[in-house]
Design a protein around this ligand. Structure first.
Ligand SMILES: *[C@@H]1O[C@H](CO)[C@@H](O)[C@H](O)[C@H]1NC(C)=O
Ligand SMILES: *[C@@H]1O[C@H](CO)[C@@H](O)[C@H](O)[C@H]1NC(C)=O
Ligand SMILES: *[C@@H]1O[C@H](CO)[C@@H](O)[C@H](O)[C@H]1NC(C)=O
Ligand SMILES: *[C@@H]1O[C@H](CO)[C@@H](O)[C@H](O)[C@H]1NC(C)=O
Ligand SMILES: *[C@@H]1O[C@H](CO)[C@@H](O)[C@H](O)[C@H]1NC(C)=O
Ligand SMILES: *[C@@H]1O[C@H](CO)[C@@H](O)[C@H](O)[C@H]1NC(C)=O
Length: 349
């Protein structure tokens, strides 16, 4: 309990600090360029470079200390993994000499241009094998368009960043399977996000300025969608592989007929969570969602259920705690569920 409180206080301090930084130095990473050439041939090996860059680095540690900069060398003695944490000086561009780099993690550390502003240098496209890129606790409001050229990227994570938009070129990341943008100032998604045909997992938690995700409609491979703690007012549509859909703490006021477009076409069981919204009604068309097995609706404003919900025999768990049902309704509903779907576990309190 105490730890949780400290965590929240730290997070609050961080938020206040980042707010202050944003106001002090507004930065648009796409407008800043650093195309100066890097001469990589002056270094013999990757470990030469990395030791010069970060003298205290942990190389090939079995269980690396999470809070310090570390790297792994592959069997050809080339750096394939680098995590740069809490560095106080600017990250030098020589990091883009690591031709075998597959994973790059940047946490609370910064590239700087000549004016020492934060940005993501365009040389990042020299990393032709990069599959995983994670950036957190940095200060930039946008990403450079060039990010769309990282064609091997399967995992992209941006978190605790004052990012307000994503570049349209993100739609060119045709290998991308997991996209996580959480705890940012993101206001909307680019239309091109619907081009991400390989995208399986989309994590967008804690983007409190995000009001709509209609741009993801139709994503063909998406199986997990997590949008907890945003400000979204409508359901997405047509996600034929969707299995896990987490939408607690949003601004839904109804489960409307769009929900029937979220049926899993491969007949896989689905778990949908809509706790802590302001839902007052559920469409009778929910009965078409015959792949739904868990439905979470705690902490909403429901006082009635559509009769059709009794016919959803695939449903195994139904959470309806902290709504506005009268005691006699709860009694009637329990009886009805007992008769029609005796396997169902339903929770009213
Ligand atoms: C790069 O550095 C190497 C070794 O220091 C040098 O021989 C070479 O001329 C440099 N290349 C360029 C393009 O500056
Ligand atoms: C890097 O190479 C090491 C040694 O070959 C290997 O164990 C590790 O999985 C590789 N890491 C990445 C991110 O590819
Ligand atoms: C490193 O940075 C993280 C945030 O990225 C912060 O939570 C942590 O306290 C820092 N650790 C040290 C040792 O400075
Ligand atoms: C990348 O995305 C942009 C914007 O969506 C588009 O105009 C461009 O043609 C794309 N480039 C490639 C190589 O697909
Ligand atoms: C989002 O915020 C909530 C409440 O502030 C917190 O409990 C949760 O851990 C956060 N999630 C992420 C992914 O940061
Ligand atoms: C969304 O819900 C939150 C919390 O219930 C509320 O503070 C906020 O004003 C709502 N936003 C909109 C646009 O309705």
């Amino acid at each position: 309990m105490m730890q949780m409180q400290i965590f929240y206080i730290l997070q609050l301090i961080y938020l206040l600090q980042s707010q202050w930084i944003i106001n002090a130095y507004p930065t648009d990473a796409t407008k800043l360029k650093n195309i100066q050439e890097i001469n990589c041939s002056q270094y013999k090996t990757d470990s030469d470079i990395i030791r010069k860059l970060f003298p205290d680095i942990q190389l090939n540690a079995m269980s690396p200390d999470r809070s310090i900069t570390s790297a792994l060398l592959n069997t050809n003695d080339r750096v394939n993994f680098t995590k740069i944490v809490n560095e106080t000086t600017c990250i030098p561009s020589t990091i883009f000499c690591f031709e075998d780099l597959e994973t790059l993690i940047i946490e609370n550390s910064h590239f700087c241009d000549s004016k020492r502003r934060n940005y993501l240098p365009e040389q990042i496209i020299k990393l032709k094998k990069l599959t995983t890129l994670q950036i957190s606790h940095v200060n930039f409001i946008s990403l450079p368009n060039i990010i769309g050229k990282l064609s091997y990227l399967t995992d992209l994570t941006i978190s605790y960043v004052n990012l307000i938009s994503l570049p349209e070129t993100i739609g060119n990341l045709s290998s991308l399977q997991r996209l996580s943008i959480f705890n940012t100032h993101l206001k909307s998604l680019p239309k091109t996000i619907s081009n991400l045909k390989s995208l399986k997992k989309l994590m967008l938690q804690n983007n409190s300025y995000l009001h709509s995700i209609k741009e993801i409609d139709g994503l063909p491979a998406l199986h997990t969608l997590d949008v907890r703690h945003c400000s979204i007012q409508d359901l997405p549509r047509n996600l034929p592989k969707l299995m896990n859909f987490y939408m607690p703490y949003n601004n839904l006021t109804a489960l409307g007929s769009d929900i029937k477009t979220l049926i899993n076409k491969a007949n896989k069981n689905q778990n949908f969570q809509f706790d802590n919204n302001r839902i007052t009604s559920i469409t009778p068309e929910i009965r078409h969602l015959h792949t739904l097995s868990q439905l979470h609706l705690d902490h909403n404003q429901l006082h009635t259920l559509p009769k059709d919900i009794f016919d959803m025999t695939k449903l195994t768990d139904l959470y309806l705690r902290n709504n506005r049902f009268s005691p006699h309704r709860i009694h009637d509903y329990r009886n009805e569920f007992n008769k029609r779907n005796s396997k169902l576990k339903v929770y009213f309190n």
